[in-house]
Design a binder for this molecule. Structure first.
Ligand code: FAD
Length: 477
């Protein structure tokens, strides 16, 4: 009897799962396995919010699997040892998995593959988590792209991504299951109860992902091109954590959008698919430049004069106490829900790296711990973009002004009032810059700057000039 193990990683779904599909098509018994080995992800083992998500996503996957009369076997320890032990206990012929592209995982997977092959097992990996494999897209000179637009154009010249594979129904469960650790034993949930906001905001798992996509296609995609920049509107998909954990595949998203009626495939859908393209770009860049999570893609930017003693400023930023309402709203949304709107991510990142001159790596680490969608490729690209040192980065002279950004994208202060309620009584005109509000306005609102809400932690004008001078010097060097 031919037996296979399917090794689940960040592909926590039963539909459009090529490794699983192949296993049930080609083998008579299939064992479904998750090995929890955060130590193998180097400096980037999942942060607290990701652990919360992972717990619920694994629970949802196991529930789905049990409905199909099988079980998810959970193990801990080194992946190689856990898989070797299971292949022995299950008498497996093969181990199958879907590929991932971050440097630590690639290294680990190579070692696992070798160890399994040395033990006489067949191994096979599948493309499942991107639309285009990173080694298939390159410039005319056979180099990786460092700029998004030509990259995406090159992708669009490739054959369209294959249609997603149907959900697997019969899982070909073994007659007898090897022992499994309990999900609770992984201790992924926080010891202190800070996760109520996450619980209220999200439904981790494949069904939650599908529902999120359906809702977005029904209500928001048509106006995505315009509403995606307004943090108070439900204008974006919020699919990012689902995509990160592979509860839905980019191919499923792609084909669901392409499957809409031609009349609806207007600007909104096109713009949305371009964002999925940014996800592709980020993963390709990380694959080709594996040092970028810690080091700037353009090395000369390592010379930026970061502020040496920045502990207090970093804390103020992390806690949403900078005195810039749009920044504080974003940081508090992040803390409460594990997610922040993209427009606001750009604003808070710009303040941290350019005005406060705190290394982008510190911001990336905070996001890593607090985002439910923390993703090494997307986070690295986002931070290097903001710092001006990465692929297709913002030009060095682009320093977001948190007041004008706030006025433009949250004019009526709805987002600010939700996340910074101490400003709620201020009129729209002053809510974006409360330190400038005239005394009589503050008195009428019962608001005192410095007491009810902090004064800005940095002078915008001066800090902007300092950053521009430093960045220009580097650029010209
Ligand atoms: P939508 O607007 O609905 O977009 C759909 C999908 O496209 C997203 O789910 C995401 O997978 C992809 N996407 C959209 N924008 C980008 C982008 N700029 N770069 C890469 N992929 C994108 N995204 C993460 O998934 N994880 C991160 O850790 C992360 N860190 C970021 C850090 C900074 C400093 C910045 C500026 C951006 C970061 N992003 C990150 C990108 C972006 O902010 C999020 O993908 C987006 O806000 C997720 O919300 P959504 O699913 O509603 O996006």
């Amino acid at each position: 009897m031919k037996k296979a193990i399917v090794w689940f990683r960040r592909d926590l779904r039963l539909s459009d799962n090529p490794a699983l599909r192949h296993a049930v098509d080609e083998f008579e018994q299939v064992l479904l396995v998750y090995v929890h080995a955060p130590q193998e992800e180097g400096d980037w083992s999942p942060g607290a919010a990701s652990c919360w998500w992972l717990h619920h996503s694994l629970a949802a996957l196991d529930k789905k699997i049990r409905k199909r009369n099988s079980r998810l076997i959970i193990r801990t320890g080194a992946s190689r040892d856990a898989l070797l032990e299971l292949t022995g206990q299950f008498n497996a012929d093969a181990v199958l998995w879907n590929r991932l592209y971050d440097p630590a995982t690639i290294k680990r997977d190579k070692q696992v593959k070798k160890a399994l092959a040395d033990a006489g097992l067949t191994t096979r990996s599948f493309a499942a988590n991107l639309l285009f494999e990173p080694w298939t897209i390159s410039t005319k000179d056979d180099n990786p792209y460092k700029v998004y637009t030509p990259f995406w154009k090159a992708c669009m010249k490739e054959p369209a991504p294959a249609g997603p594979e149907a959900s697997v129904r019969a899982l070909r469960a073994p007659g007898k299951f090897p022992a499994s650790e309990s999900l609770d034993a992984l201790e992924l949930l926080p010891v202190i109860n800070w996760d109520d906001g996450l619980e209220a905001a999200w439904t981790p798992g494949e069904d939650g992902a599908g529902a999120r996509l359906d809702r977005f296609l029904e209500h928001a995609i048509d106006v995505y091109a315009t509403s995606r920049d307004y943090p108070a509107q439900a204008g974006v998909s919020r699919l990012s954590p689902h995509l990160h954990f592979g509860e839905i595949s980019p191919r499923q998203v792609w084909h669901a959008v392409k499957g809409m009626s031609a009349a609806r495939e207007a600007q909104g859908a096109k713009t949305f698919l371009k964002e999925i393209g940014w996800r592709e770009f980020a993963h390709h860049v990380l694959y080709h430049f594996p040092k970028t999570p810690d080091q700037p893609l353009y090395e000369k930017y390592a010379a930026f004069p970061w502020r040496k003693r920045h502990g207090k400023l970093l804390k103020a930023w992390q806690k949403g106490q900078t005195g810039f309402p749009i920044v504080d709203a974003g940081m508090r949304q992040l803390w409460a829900t594990g997610w922040m709107h993209n427009r606001v991510r750009m604003i808070v990142a710009s303040l941290l790296v350019k005005n406060l001159r705190i290394p982008w790596q510190k911001g990336a680490k905070w996001f890593w711990d607090t985002l439910v969608d923390a993703d090494l490729a997307n986070n690295t690209l986002g931070w290097q973009w903001s710092a001006g040192c990465g692929a297709d980065a913002a030009p060095y002279f682009r320093i977001f002004n948190p007041v004008t950004q706030s006025q433009k994208f949250d004019g009526d202060g709805k987002y600010l009032r939700k996340w910074v309620p101490e400003l709620a009584a201020l009129p729209d005109k002053w809510i974006h810059e409360p330190w400038n509000a005239p005394r009589e306005v503050c008195e009428a609102a019962g608001f005192t700057i410095g007491a009810d809400y902090p004064a800005p932690v940095v002078d915008m004008k001066e800090s902007r000039a300092d950053a521009l001078a430093a960045l220009k010097a580097i650029k010209d060097s």
